[in-house]
Write a protein that binds this ligand. Structure first.
Ligand code: PEP
Ligand code: MG
Length: 576
């Protein structure tokens, strides 16, 4: 029976696929004791389910493509090996045979036993591998629940999967996209989480905060998701499917129409030139940035090189990755951000602490980097070496005080000196800038602007820290407001101080790529935007409709408005 769940849209696009529930505890578990005469058939059911899980993994492995294919294949092989592991399976068979448990209950008991073993391990990497056990058991559970004929399974192979789960770590998303997952539905989460940002970058439609998803959608259900409206439709009707086909047709037309703007300059209607840079995490983003006519890369998030792996990437590997980006941009400036690990971007190497009470206020970004100067030297050396191939700027996240900038500059100078004396070719001058995303840095900016070659405003964090609203907490989504008067004050102040000091000020938070905010940001004096390349042409189109001189006249009124309601009124007068 058709039903609709409403959450919030986190990554645009529609997807039609089979729900893959990834939440082991939500599987139906039959705790009733198993009568003796059903033992054999229960064992057969379990064997069949393991077979289904194996077939699915083999199928997924065949579908792998792209840059991460090798790593993902290893991950799948590890899961297939686990399914073949007698230690795992014989324990479950035993629980059915001797313990007279039904397969689903036996699976859970065996899972809990193994998870407990992993949890007791000291090594953080091995500890995190308990997730593999959970994934594998979840696949077998799904196999058990799928009372499917082989004809149905064949059909299911043809439609892709949409992951339905409670939360997803950024590190899990890349392998999922590589596996051909078509979209993601989360029962919690927010649109400014790093997971959502990465989903947009991977072009994976995503709906977050669909609270009922895990209790109402079943594994294998056909679902249609709309990542813009934030809707999940289970068992879509023929009218829904028609809407999906219309969307497919229209989005193709729309991208053709926008593609015509790729070669154009970015100018307001009254002729002011605006610079649109791209945010990038992947090779696909770089290609899209070029294809959309971006002025350069305004934010290259390097932490994604560090996630989902045990060993840290060495200087050579990082250098090759950064050089790829620099070469890919063909002479346009590339802003590489130093590591911003920590908070919700935890790695598996054990670098980021995993037992902090308030990780967003903890050892993340530059704080983590300065605790590991060797790690920073390696990264700075790799970036400096890439600077021989095209213009590079370095951006430091989570700056809170001038001293942190001094330390980073000292590390940068030392790395440049060492490289030069070892005979490496590097650019003469590589600019060093700061992300302004902690209110302290925004408030004290006038005193430290002379230390910075440029600034980039990180509104995703600036909003969370200014308003004391966790960017990942869906229960506070209504309070996470980039248009709060305090945020507007800080934005105007940062832009004005930067301009007065003759420094470039760009804004690389998600609000830069949201057309709803373009007029407001222009009114506050912003001239450099950095956004996901997938929305760059839409923003260019919007800018071409706006008159900068007229918008600027409203800036004082915007900053005087004491409430959100009054701000909305000024925006309405501006026609925004
Ligand atoms: C920001 O905080 O606005 C930002 C761009 O950085 P991130 O989203 O990676 O924290
Ligand atoms: Mg940030």
């Amino acid at each position: 029976m058709r039903f609709v769940l409403t959450g919030s849209g986190a990554s645009r696009g529609m997807a039609l696929g089979r729900a893959r529930l990834q939440h082991p505890s939500r599987y139906l578990v039959d705790e009733r004791p198993l009568p003796e005469d059903e033992v054999d058939s229960e064992l057969d059911r379990l064997k069949r389910a393991i077979e289904i899980a194996r077939e699915e993994l083999a199928l997924l492995r065949d579908k792998l493509h792209g840059a991460m294919a090798r790593e993902v294949a290893e991950f799948i092989d590890a899961h297939s090996l686990m399914l073949a592991d007698r230690e795992l399976t014989s324990g479950i068979f035993d629980l059915i045979r001797r313990g007279r448990m039904r397969a689903s209950a036996a699976l859970n008991l065996q899972r809990d036993r193994l998870v407990a073993v992993f949890e007791a391990m000291d090594d953080p990497y091995l500890r995190s591998r308990k997730e593999d056990v959970e994934h594998v058991i979840a696949r077998v559970h799904a196999g058990l629940q799928r009372e499917s004929s082989s004809a149905e399974r064949k059909l299911a192979e043809r439609v892709g999967e949409i992951l339905v789960t409670d939360t997803v770590a950024p590190s899990e998303l890349v392998p999922l996209a590589e596996l051909g997952v078509l979209g993601v539905v989360l029962s919690s989460g927010s649109r400014v989480s790093h997971g959502a940002i990465l989903a947009r970058s991977l072009h994976l439609p995503m709906v977050v905060a669909a609270h009922e998803a895990l209790s109402t959608i079943h594994d294998g259900d056909l679902i249609l998701i709309d990542g813009e409206a934030g809707e999940v439709i289970a068992h879509p009707s023929s009218a829904d499917l028609a809407r999906f086909r219309t969307w497919q047709r229209e989005s193709l037309q729309r991208s053709r129409q926008l593609a015509l703007l790729a070669e154009r300059d970015t100018r307001t209607h009254d002729g002011a030139e605006i610079a649109l840079y791209a945010n990038a995490e992947s090779a696909a983003d770089i290609a899209l940035a070029r294809a959309s006519g971006a002025a350069g890369i305004g934010l290259y998030r390097t932490e994604f090189l560090f996630l989902q792996r045990r060993e840290l990437p060495d200087e050579e590997e990082q250098f090759l990755a950064y050089r790829e980006v620099v070469l890919g941009m063909g002479g346009l400036p590339v802003t590489i951000r130093t590591l911003d690990l920590g908070a919700d971007k935890a790695d598996s190497s054990g670098l980021a602490l995993d037992d902090e009470e308030n990780p967003a206020l903890g050892v993340r970004g530059v704080r983590l980097s300065l605790r590991h100067p060797e790690l920073m030297r390696t990264q700075l050396r790799a970036i400096l070496r890439a600077s021989a191939y095209g213009p590079v700027r370095i951006l430091v996240p989570m700056i809170c005080a001038a001293e942190e900038m001094h330390q980073m500059r000292a590390l940068l100078k030392e790395s440049a000196r060492d490289l030069r004396s070892a005979g490496h070719e590097i650019a003469e001058n590589v600019e060093l800038g700061a992300m302004i995303e902690v209110p302290a840095a925004a408030i004290a900016l006038a005193g430290m602007i002379h230390e910075l070659d440029f600034v980039s405003i990180g509104t995703n964090d600036l909003v969370q820290y200014t308003l004391a609203v966790d960017r990942n907490n869906d229960h506070l989504a209504n309070l996470y407001d980039p248009l709060h008067p305090a945020v507007l004050c800080l934005l105007a102040q940062i832009i004005a101080i930067g301009k007065r000091a003759g420094k470039r000020v760009s804004l690389c938070g998600e609000m830069a790529g949201d057309r709803k905010h373009t007029a407001l940001l222009l009114a506050l004096g912003l001239t450099d935007f950095s956004m996901h390349p997938g929305v760059l042409l839409e923003v260019r189109e919007m800018i071409a409709r706006l008159d900068l001189a007229k918008l600027r006249k409203h800036s004082a009124a915007l900053l005087r408005a004491p409430t959100r309601e009054r701000i909305d009124r000024v925006l309405a007068r501006m026609g925004a």
